[in-house]
Design a protein around this ligand. Structure first.
Ligand code: NDP
Ligand code: 8X3
Length: 248
């Protein structure tokens, strides 16, 4: 059975990707900080084998310790989806909260590196595999108040390109999916639980669903070894750019 390791599978894009990859015949490792969410996901996907790992991607020691508990085959997954992360705050740089900046840089950039570092020995030894990094339209273009979130996703984009070059001789392919506006818990987290403000982000148009991104990921990782779809930008139908949205 092919194997997939998905970070941030307790919600949104990561969860939908887990469901879609299970449907495509993958055994899963799902990670996050909310155990009950991951247990509920595993129960939903039964009898597909689903292994739960609990860690904060920012904590390299915890990542390494959790990965070390896996059977050897799962430490060398066919597919790694580096998805965990998000935005914290939406303020001009002069009003920004440095602890929000730390959270974004530590989870979106260092977290991706921590998980990749833990799994690469197994993946490179196998000489096959596929890493999908979840970037964002925010890493492709600047928007007002996006500052550190945009910078963190721009870093994901450049890391994806450079990882692809470095890993070329190993047979591990690396690609990036850059979603536009997807209605998940993303805006609730960004606005620190302000549900009304979060809901406004998706008002007056039909946003992407997490499943739309999951479909793209499944398509990418099931291409044969001579095909790498290196970068995909997925926008909502009513979206022309990060903050240019035709609202009714
Ligand atoms: P959600 O908030 O719904 O999901 C985020 C997931 O990441 C959760 O499973 C959460 O798990 C996990 N996560 C966040 N921080 C950490 C951490 N420090 N350690 C471990 N796990 C963490 O948002 P999305 O599904 O929308 O976001 C997924 C990815 O997609 C993010 O990287 C985001 O930046 C990106 N993205 C989202 C877009 C959108 O419009 N929604 C658009 C473009 C990109 P838990 O809380 O259980 O730890
Ligand atoms: C999430 C999309 O445009 O809110 O990455 O930054 S956006």
């Amino acid at each position: 059975m092919r194997t997939a390791f998905i970070t941030g599978a307790s919600s949104g894009i990561g969860r939908a990707t887990a469901v879609a990859l299970a449907g495509a015949g993958f055994e899963l490792v799902v990670t996050g900080r909310r155990r009950e969410r991951l247990e509920e996901l595993a129960a939903q996907l039964a009898p597909v084998p689903v292994h739960i790992l609990m860690f904060d991607v920012r904590d390299r020691t915890a990542v390494d310790a959790a990965v070390a508990t896996l059977p050897e085959a799962l430490r060398a997954p066919d597919v790694l989806v580096n998805n965990a992360g998000g935005a914290h705050g939406l303020s001009p740089i002069q009003a920004g909260d440095p602890s929000d900046w730390d959270q974004m840089l530590d989870a979106n950039v260092r977290g991706l590196l921590n998980v990749t570092h833990a799994l690469l020995p197994g993946m490179t030894a196998r000489k096959t595999g596929f890493i999908v990094n979840i970037g964002s339209i925010a890493g492709q273009e600047a928007y007002a108040n996006g500052n550190v979130y945009c910078a963190s996703k721009a870093a994901v984009s450049m890391l994806t390109k450079t990882m692809r070059l470095d890993l070329l001789p190993t047979g591990v392919r690396v690609a990036e999916v850059n979603p536009g506006a997807v209605e998940t818990e993303f805006s609730q987290v960004r606005f620190k639980g302000d549900e009304a403000r979060a809901a406004k982000v998706y008002e007056g148009f039909e946003p992407l669903r997490a499943e739309d991104i999951a479909d793209v990921i499944v398509f990418m990782v099931t291409r044969p070894p001579h095909v790498t779809i290196a970068e995909v930008l997925v926008l909502a139908g009513a979206q022309g750019a990060a903050t240019t949205i035709a609202r009714k």
